[in-house]
Design a protein around this ligand. Sequence first.
Ligand code: TPP
Length: 518
Amino acid sequence: MSKKMNGAESLVRTLVASNVDVCFTNPGTSEMHFVAALDKVDGMRAILGLFEGAVTGMADGYGRMADKPACTLLHLGPGLANGLANLHNARRAQTPLVNIVGDHATYHAQYDAPLSSDIKGFASPVSGWIHSSPSPKTVAADGARAVQAAMSAPGQIATLILPADTAWLDADGPAKALSIVGPAPVAQSAIDISAAALKSGKKAAIILRGMALRKRGLVAAGRIAAKTGARIMCDTFAPRIERGAGLVMVERIPYFAEQIVETFADVEELILVGTKPPVSFFAYPGKASWCTPETTDIHYLAQAHEDGVAALEALADALGAPKEPAHIAPHKLSDLPSGKLDQFSAGAIIAHFLPEGAIISDEAATSGLGSQIATATAAPHDHLSLTGGAIGQGLPVATGAAVACPDRKIVCLHGDGGAMYTLQSLWTQAREKLDVVNVIFANNSYAILNIELMRVGAENPGPKALSMLDLHNPELNWVQLGSGMGVESVRVTTCEELIDAYKSALKAKGPRLIEVMI
Ligand SMILES: Cc1ncc(C[n+]2csc(CCOP(=O)(O)OP(=O)(O)O)c2C)c(N)n1
């Protein structure tokens, strides 16, 4: 006989039994029994975020680095809705993630109280699995199903709605963990078709995503490159990639459409591993959306839910590729710059001192190219990027990654505009003493949008239009913003100052913020 417990406790126990042991929360009244259960159950770390966009972004960063879900705890429809943009990013990243969304008690729904809303409606575009648990007797089993759904390859968002009476009424006990469905094997025919394309002597490129961007997949791709000369590429915004010295270097697809067109102009055979053909991020009047030549043959070696790593290895063997991969990155650091700071000098400094095993959460926007170039040959690290274009992901992703990997240094590179969306993450970093160096590129501008304004062909922008893209009036002060949330913060205006601040931040334990004036 299991000891008496309510639905909430049976759910928390089930989550822990299913290897979900971190909960990023922003609760309200309807979630109080779940909150109370956190103290009754050993093994669930509870981390408060002060805005749901931070909460969901942290769960994304955690899932990307832990390769298993965290759960969120969100307050009915509005709490979930506040978190949607970063759930969108997490869906794009194919991150395993379990949302627990509180709801009114089942019998209360009929009265249309103020917080009533269409929770399923809010959840469905971002969720691969949704269920509302109507009974305390079934909620534990539903929790186990949610984890199983979140973990099914390549990873997805599972949303479990928890009515308050389901949480507070008596349950039968926790449920057992369910088995995890791994990636599906790739059909031999897909390997044969890709092998034939690569043997044809035509110009070929392979685009990787997902697990294929970890060391094993990279080695297999590098072997294929060594044998065939095929280019090895990744999407502009890959969820996670292992890069730096000793790893196979991957060509990142550029951001702007005409650059993508140029990149693929001579590609005759394009092989996709867990990704889709490259298209323009936005449509622009008179410019192409589809960025590969009409004549390019496109082959799907592996779909996202399939085992792209095993497929690459099988392909390398089928081609008789050598054991040694091509394009191994050397460990090469440029000399330390001095004087004026720009994204390239800042990037060189960031790369120079980057510790081995660091995790970069990159939402540096127009300030990102410098560090991307410089870190390609820096110490080996993981790089996490803004997967869904919804800005305000970098700080929470860094925060969640720090929870998942407490022994690794996190370096968050962020535009000041995007950082303002979810700056509450800094407070969580301070409270949890997370080891994150936050580098904020303070250009006091939505700089990318100034570029886009010209590119979309909006003619002669006036002062009103330009003021919508300018952050000078008033100027943000990141030293005060960071300090106000308990994070030691400093402003730097020269390379020398950045070197000092960055070295000392890397040496310290716990969060730091460096405002880089560019
Ligand atoms: C959720 C969301 N809202 C608005 C936008 C539009 N947008 C794209 S970039 C950007 C400004 C980014 O500014 P910042 O982070 O400072 O980087 P910068 O362009 O200055 O390098 C905005 C508002 C978006 N992409 N996502």
